[in-house]
Design a protein around this ligand. Structure first.
Ligand SMILES: NC(=O)c1ccc[n+]([C@@H]2O[C@H](COP(=O)([O-])OP(=O)(O)OC[C@H]3O[C@@H](n4cnc5c(N)ncnc54)[C@H](OP(=O)(O)O)[C@@H]3O)[C@@H](O)[C@H]2O)c1
Length: 236
């Protein structure tokens, strides 16, 4: 049986992935929420691990007994928006960068050596990394960093396939807080299907829903001034 470790498995996309892989693999499902971890621990083929991805010692301690992994999925993350760019909230910026970017470094340090030759590393970024979006100075920067990190690891890692996931909007507790329209939002089930299919095909860039992400990728090709002009419409 393949061994798959998933961070952020207690909710949303990570939970969908944990439930999918537990049908055919052995899953290490990681998170902080005690109740959700207890629930996961009752499932077949699943070991729930309590860890905080912003605390290297917590990762090392929770994962000390893991010997090898076939697939490492770094999915845990958080989103907070900067409401007033002029009066920049440095503490918020630090929180988001720690949760979404520095955490990847901490997880990689402990867990990447455990990934087998010909195994897979999957980093969940966001389609927010494609373009500068309003109020996303912290979240977007953390995800642009995550994408760069994944792509740069893909250059250097010879025997491990690296995939970066760029979801559009997925209906999860994270996006339930959003106070703006979420065009073409998909369910966790749809996200799970797109991500697991991409992982099975060892795709380098897993992005969905295509009708949304392809528009963003196209806009990304335009001169930055065109996007800055168009983005004024989004802000209104
Ligand atoms: N939903 C979307 O539209 C969307 C779009 C693009 C990208 N993404 C990315 O997809 C990933 C999953 O998001 P989601 O929508 O599924 O969110 P979610 O339902 O809020 O789940 C977030 C998960 O991350 C875990 N987590 C957060 N901070 C953590 C920490 N410090 N230590 C350990 N675990 C931590 C949470 O665990 P605990 O609650 O147990 O701490 C939870 O399991 C994130 O990286 C997010 O940025 C989501």
């Amino acid at each position: 049986m393949k061994r798959v470790l998933i961070t952020g498995a207690t909710s949303g996309i990570g939970r969908g992935l944990a439930e999918h892989y537990a049908q055919q693999c052995f899953v290490y499902a990681c998170g902080r929420n005690d109740k959700a971890l207890e629930d996961l621990a009752r499932k077949d083929n699943t070991i729930a691990l309590k860890l905080d991805v912003t605390e290297p010692a917590s990762i090392a301690s929770a994962c000390q007994h893991i010997e090898t992994l076939d697939i490492l999925i770094l999915n845990a993350g958080n989103c907070e928006y900067i409401d007033d760019a002029k009066h920049f909230d440095g503490a918020l910026f630090k929180r988001v960068i720690e949760a979404n970017l520095l955490s990847l470094g901490y997880c990689l340090e402990t867990l990447l050596p455990k990934v087998k030759a010909s195994g897979q590393l999957v980093i969940v970024s966001s389609s927010a990394a494609f373009l500068p979006l309003p109020r996303a100075q912290a979240y977007g920067a953390s995800k642009a960093g995550a994408s760069y990190l994944a792509q740069s690891l893909a250059v250097d890692l010879q025997d491990i396939d690296v995939s970066v996931v760029h979801p559009g909007f997925v209906k999860t507790p994270l996006t339930a807080k959003n106070d703006f329209p979420m065009p073409m939002a998909v369910s966790v089930e749809q996200a799970t299907k797109a991500i697991t299919k991409g992982i099975a095909k060892r795709r380098k860039d897993i992005h969905f829903p295509k009708r949304f992400t392809l528009i963003l990728k196209l806009l990304q090709l335009l001169p930055v001034n065109v996007w800055l002009f168009l983005s004024k419409g989004i802000k209104r």
